[in-house]
Design a protein around this ligand. Structure first.
Ligand code: AMP
Ligand code: MG
Length: 341
């Protein structure tokens, strides 16, 4: 199959959106930009189209998708918000929609089981990217990240082409993703002391921000220490090249004959690994003054470059776990965990 790459610029983005909507109405899948990462979209209420998403991504059916709506008011088409959670849901939506916050709530019966992997809850969000929102206004969309399962999420149309080119009819190029990390996922729940927010996946909206709305609690863990929510599999977000995550520069001892690539946070500096060995390839997450936010935007881009470079092992520095640093470290730990398998 030929994959058509359409750049959604100022002049033609309406046509690009119309073309994507027509394909989606036909039961096809298309890749669309969002502010977090690129998504692989299907009509959320067409189970056959949703099945194509799993097939194209080689994604196991136990990993549920996120439903994208086009307006705040469309939330009621997808979920039944329990009365006791109405206030907290309203506050979250007012504060963070449109934006990189996904809410997990009880699903409407019309949402196909395939979307939710058979669970009675569904993950919903309202993207702030004009292209995704314009498409979702026409047709509610089910969309996971537009990468093959377990691989690095794409933050540019070019990365989507590398992942899925030849497998899908269309990719809309809406530019580089502004946040660069997958959305924060939260399940609002009732506790004895009132509503709480179960943080299922850290992302661009930090725990500190969520705390202003309600108490934030950790995901439940099973005996095997795996997070209970499906999809939170440890080996997500992994480069094909093994990655080791280093806490302090002294912890890294290079081995003879191994070609190492470095993922550095700021480049030069005391806490940096820049001088620890002769690196075959170096990527810097935040070379400017953007600090952690810039690191978030560039993380997957840098990992992709390191994966494409001729190195045996990727060595990553750690970042401080505040704000979006929590999400960056979450992705790096998963990448490191996947490497151990
Ligand atoms: P992706 O868009 O590829 O990052 O994948 C969507 C992720 O959302 C899944 O991997 C799950 O972690 C999460 N998710 C989707 N639906 C639910 C749900 N009903 N309950 C908990 N987590 C969910
Ligand atoms: Mg994904």
């Amino acid at each position: 199959m030929d994959t058509k790459l359409v750049v959604a610029d100022f002049e033609n983005w309406r046509e690009a959106v119309a073309e994507a909507v027509a394909l989606l109405e036909d039961g096809e899948v298309v890749a669309l930009p969002t502010e977090t990462v690129y998504g692989l979209a299907a009509d959320a209420f067409n189970a056959e189209a949703v099945a194509k998403v799993f097939e194209v991504k080689e994604r196991p059916s136990f990993d549920p998708l996120i439903v994208h709506i086009g307006h705040k008011r469309d939330l009621d088409c997808v979920v039944d918000v329990p009365e006791e959670l109405e206030e907290v849901v309203e506050a979250l939506i007012e504060a963070y929609w449109p934006g990189p916050l996904t809410l997990v709530l009880p699903k409407k019966p019309e949402v196909p089981d395939l979307v939710t992997s058979g669970m009675d809850t569904v993950a919903v969000r309202l993207s702030s990217h004009e292209v995704m929102r314009a498409v979702a206004r026409e047709i509610p969309i089910a969309a996971p990240s537009a990468n093959r399962f377990g691989r690095i999420s794409p933050t540019s149309a070019q990365a989507v082409m590398e992942e899925l080119g030849g497998k899908i009819p269309m990719v809309i190029d809406g530019g580089a993703c502004r946040d660069g990390l997958e959305s924060t996922i939260v399940a609002p729940e009732m506790s004895d002391k009132g509503p709480v927010l179960r943080l299922l996946r850290p992302g661009p909206i930090a725990r500190e921000d969520l705390r202003k709305i309600a108490k934030v609690i950790r995901p439940k863990r099973t005996k095997a220490d795996h997070v209970e929510a499906p999809g939170q599999v440890e080996s997500h977000y992994a480069p094909a090249t093994p990655l080791i995550l280093i806490d302090k520069p002294g912890d890294f001892v290079p081995e003879e004959g191994v070609k190492y690539g470095l993922l550095s946070y700021r480049g030069e500096g005391n806490s940096s690994l820049m001088d620890a060995t002769e690196w075959a390839h170096t990527e810097i997450m935040s070379p400017g003054k953007g600090k952690l936010a810039e690191g978030g935007v560039r993380l997957f881009y840098c990992l992709r470059n390191l994966d494409a470079a001729d190195v045996d092992v990727i060595v990553s520095e750690s970042v401080s776990e505040t704000g979006i640093g929590v999400a960056i470290m979450d992705r790096l730990r998963r990448a490191a965990a996947a490497s151990k398998k």
